[in-house]
Design a protein around this ligand. Structure first.
Ligand code: IMP
Ligand code: MG
Length: 173
């Protein structure tokens, strides 16, 4: 087991997600948005964010793998499960748990642009700008965090800790 310390509490997460939902709803006023979740890490964030949106929302899910069981980005992204819905002409919002090296989102954005959506925006709960190796334009950031390996609220270490309602750091990594 990891020796965990709370970095972002449940209350802080929920407050920020409420703000993001209000901001995004305002920015997409008069439109409907297709929220695209990157499994599995983004699932908690996507669901809580969707509940805070006051505009019409649809949801779809993609599963990519870039990490294996390591804690360092490989830069290799593989689509394990694609979205079910066509993106043609849609206003899409990619919802991610965390941007680290930027490889995953850089690859995904390029891929999804090729499917002719009307617009693409990107929302990440956590941003680790110190470890960025590829430039990614992010439209909405929940929290900017230092270069530490975090778990909880969707984020895992060897598939564990995703269910924590807060974000925690491992004191030993
Ligand atoms: P990137 O391609 O390096 O930006 O990696 C993004 C993906 O790596 C995220 O969607 C996470 O699945 C994973 N990841 C990056 N940093 C962490 C972390 O601190 N904890 C857990 N997973 C992480
Ligand atoms: Mg992820």
């Amino acid at each position: 087991m990891m020796d965990l310390e709370v970095l972002i509490s449940e209350e802080q997460l929920q407050q920020r997600i409420k703000e993001l939902g209000e901001q995004i709803s305002k920015d997409y006023d008069g439109k409907e948005v297709l929220m695209l979740c990157i499994l599995k890490g983004g699932v908690m964030f996507m669901c809580d964010l969707a509940k805070r949106m006051s505009i019409p929302v649809q949801m779809d899910f993609m599963s990519v793998s870039s990490y294996g069981s390591a804690t360092v980005s490989s830069g290799v992204v593989k689509i394990v499960k694609d979205f079910d819905e066509p993106l043609d002409g849609r206003d899409i919002l990619i919802v991610e748990d965390i941007i680290d090296s930027g490889h995953t989102l850089n690859y995904l954005k390029t891929l999804l642009e090729g499917r002719n959506p009307n617009s693409i925006k990107l929302c990440t709960l956590l941003d680790k700008p110190e470890t960025r190796t590829v430039t990614v334009d992010v439209d909405y950031v929940g929290f900017t965090i230092p270069n530490k390996f975090v778990v909880g609220y969707g984020l895992d270490y060897n598939q564990n800790y995703r269910n924590l309602p807060y974000i925690a750091v491992n004191k030993n990594i």
